[in-house]
Design a protein around this ligand. Structure first.
Ligand code: NAP
Length: 300
């Protein structure tokens, strides 16, 4: 099969298209012909060595494709599935345990399905599993136009929360169109001056932004981060500050794809690249300016 193989850490140029051995499914696994893979920022961090990864490796988690061989009773050959690839998604073939995939609903494209797993599930788990968000509450979402943030704004809004997005000016209209009722342009405004007393702050940016968001949370409220260390909190404030590490859930894959099928969750595609142009896709992801998801068109 053709795959993007990383043999050493470095810049986007270390992502090389190679002929690689076809992966072999084990018991309880499926072999999938990948149609579309999606990029997540962790992959450029693995490529440049910020996040450790054993090499050589085929990067990538999110995919949508067709089952070519099944060693699991739950899925038959020919089933259209999406989810998390165990063996790397930047490849024509991937193997994965059946628990890490779900059937793609008819009417949901491979592009939309591939865009969901990491980003939409992280947004869901941050808001509801960790953030315990409820209708009527105020939630501040930093990185609102990104892969995770765009899903978070929509999921929070449809749960009846009042959503304030944080992003740059060019993304204001986009984030408001996803259901936000307020917006802070971090390039011209200080979020700690503009916003206070939110029930939940969700940080998908990291660094100084995580610390800044803490000041916007009401007493007894919650700060959930996904992009690095969380700040110390004053115990007398009653504020919980927690780092979420997303854990794959088949049930949540089904739920999220169902929302897309019913047109209740929109998937914004920033750009589609052919598999051979994975380096260009990484350059774009690494810029930190993406609106929505970057895809790799694997099947072509
Ligand atoms: N813990 C986990 O399980 C987990 C899971 C998924 C992702 N992550 C991490 O979460 C982070 C976000 O992931 P992602 O896929 O959403 O990334 P992404 O799509 O690359 O996010 C890009 C967005 O970030 C926005 N942004 C950049 N700087 C900002 C700032 N200072 N304030 C507000 N918005 C800002 C940009 O908007 P502007 O262009 O308007 O600035 C852009 O729309 C990454 O670090 C990723 O590794 C962690």
């Amino acid at each position: 099969m053709k795959a993007i193989v990383v043999r050493q850490t470095g810049g986007p140029e270390v992502l090389r298209l190679e002929d690689a051995p076809d992966p072999e499914p084990g018991e309880g696994q499926v072999l999938v012909r990948v149609e579309v893979a999606a990029i997540n920022p962790i992959e450029y961090k693995q490529r440049n060595g910020i996040v450790p990864k054993e090499l050589p490796a085929i990067l990538g988690s999110d995919f949508s494709g067709v089952v070519e061989r099944s060693l699991a009773t739950e899925l038959q050959e020919g089933a259209e599935v999406f989810g998390f690839a165990g063996s790397g998604a930047y490849a024509e073939l991937a193997v994965t345990p059946v628990s890490m995939v779900a059937e793609k609903p008819e009417g949901v494209s491979h592009e939309a399905a591939a865009a969901l797993p990491v980003a939409a599930m992280t947004a869901y788990q941050a808001l509801f599993d960790r953030g315990r968000l409820e209708g009527g509450q105020r939630v501040l979402i930093a990185g609102a136009a990104g892969g995770v943030g765009g899903f978070a704004v929509q999921l929070a809004s449809r749960a009846g929360a009042h959503v304030i997005g944080v992003g740059s000016a060019r993304n204001r209209d986009y984030v408001m169109s996803l259901g936000a009722t307020g917006y802070v342009d971090y390039t011209t405004e200080d979020v700690t001056q503009a916003i206070d007393d939110v029930d939940l702050a969700f940080d998908a940016v990291g660094g100084a932004t995580t610390q800044a968001l803490l000041a916007t949370v009401r007493e007894g409220g919650t700060l959930v981060g996904i992009a690095g260390a969380m700040p110390e909190t004053d115990p007398s404030s009653g504020i919980r500050a927690e780092l979420l590490i997303m854990s794959p859930s088949r049930e949540q894959l089904v739920m999220l794809a169902d929302l897309v099928a019913r047109d209740e969750l929109k998937v914004e595609i920033a750009e589609r690249f052919p598999l051979a142009d994975a380096a260009k896709a990484h350059e774009m992801s690494e810029s930190g300016r993406t609106r929505g998801k970057i895809l790799l068109d694997v099947a072509g």
